[in-house]
Design a binder for this molecule. Structure first.
Ligand code: GLN
Length: 412
């Protein structure tokens, strides 16, 4: 069980001037954890406004991956994953709008769960994209994730996106046998874009599930290639709208020197926001503007519906979908800083979960082969809406017969 310590990170960025910022109130999640006696150790690094896959968009610079300090920790919740991997804390909070719990958990060899949209209150969190973002947990084991999720999940009248629906007892079913479990393998996830050094540990993990009594079923998520374009229209659109309140008047940073109010807005926003945030505000404003709204934003929403329908069809054939979290292991720090599109493409296996609002997990299942023997690989589990208990049960059973989750950068 967990000792009473916890680190928190919510997907908010910050300019360097705010390094010592202390929030005047607690988020619902923090409040709930305090109530059960958890001690909050402090803040963790994340990409600015949760936009990124490598932690390198943080105003403070990226944290290093504890397994290999040349490698990125993943993002945006890279600080949470790295802290748990380095055993600085037994667990950390994190947010996931397009993979930001699962991908850093995968890159840092720890366990992460992104619950169904609306399962955990977002009161006190800054959502990067309101229809996609959800808070969750990164910990060493599925059992710890179950314990903490059970405490933070539930309806919150202060969050209009939170669901008024009873919370399952995630601990109760952890030991359920997996006999008869149908695991769907999307053919689009096991294609040429997947690095062989990632595919191999994933295939080995699937064999473990077969030994535990599960059966593997081939399925198709046929709109997988549309996930990235749809997400990178919808998420920036919502972000541009959410961030419009950072005008230097009511909210956030204000430029020191300006001539008039227009100049104050311009300087505050261009000095206060980092490059990636500005890029997404520009994209979002463009796709929402008159003349382009139907062609981009509405079209992306239609695609989003198709993606959710693919999942509905898939869950008629299987109980849990499994596959890689990311097409590669963690890349080198600095390798993709000038190539945002390369970063976006790496989100291919995680963002459809958010577009559909589904729960997802990442559990450690091995290491890259060859030159990347120190870089962890994560197995992704995706379930139907509100099936967190089923995901945690499968993950826990896997962790009872494997020891990837027990390995640490110092002891493997
Ligand atoms: N990598 C994705 C992005 O950059 C996911 C971010 C997230 O989940 N917060 O948008």
């Amino acid at each position: 069980m967990l000792p009473a310590v916890l680190l928190q990170s919510f997907g908010e960025g910050g300019d360097e001037g705010d390094a010592n910022y202390v929030s005047p109130f607690d988020a619902t999640v923090v409040e709930k954890l305090k109530t059960i006696g958890m001690v909050n150790l402090g803040k963790l690094n994340c990409d600015e406004f949760a936009m990124g896959s490598a932690n390198e968009n943080s105003a403070f610079g990226a944290v290093k991956n504890p397994w290999d300090t040349q490698a990125v920790p993943g993002g945006s919740s890279g600080g949470s994953a790295a802290a748990v991997a380095a055993r600085l804390a037994p667990a950390a909070t994190a947010t996931d709008t397009g993979g930001s719990i699962r991908q850093p958990a995968s890159f840092c060899g720890v366990t992460g769960i992104k619950p169904t949209y609306g399962r955990v209150s977002r009161f006190g969190m800054i959502a990067y994209a309101s229809s996609l973002a959800q808070g969750g947990v990164i910990a060493q084991t599925a059992q710890d994730c179950a314990l903490l999720l059970g405490e933070i999940a539930g309806f919150d009248p202060r969050d209009s996106t939170s669901m008024d629906r009873p919370v399952d007892d995630y601990m109760a079913g952890l030991d359920n046998p997996l006999a008869g479990l149908r695991i769907g393998l999307p053919k689009e996830y096991f294609s040429e874009g997947l690095a062989a050094e990632v595919e191999q540990p994933i295939r080995e993990a699937l064999k473990v599930f077969e030994k535990l009594g599960a059966t593997l079923v081939d399925i198709s998520l046929k709109n997988t290639d549309l996930c990235i374009p749809a997400y990178y229209v919808i998420a920036p659109a919502e972000a541009s709208s959410n961030l419009s309140r950072y005008d230097g008047v009511r909210y956030g940073y204000r430029a020191e020197h300006y001539t008039d109010i227009q100049d104050m807005y311009r300087k505050s926003r261009s000095q206060g926001f980092g490059d990636e945030v500005q890029r997404r505000i520009l994209v979002g404003t463009y796709v929402l503007s008159h003349g382009y709204y139907d062609a981009y934003y509405i079209q992306a929403q239609r695609v989003r519906r198709l993606i959710a329908n693919d999942y509905k069809d898939a869950f008629r054939q299987c109980d849990i979908i499994m596959g890689p979290v990311a097409p590669t292991v963690a890349w080198n720090l600095g390798a993709q800083v000038d190539d945002p599109v390369a970063n976006y493409l790496g989100d291919i296996f995680t963002i459809s979960t958010n577009l559909a609002g589904l729960p997802g997990m990442s559990i450690p299942c091995g290491f890259g082969q060859g030159g990347h023997a120190k870089r962890p690989v994560g197995l992704q589990l995706t379930g139907s809406w509100f099936s967190e208990a089923k995901l945690l049960n499968a993950a826990h059973r896997f962790q009872q017969v494997t020891d990837w989750h027990l390995k640490t950068p110092e002891n493997r």
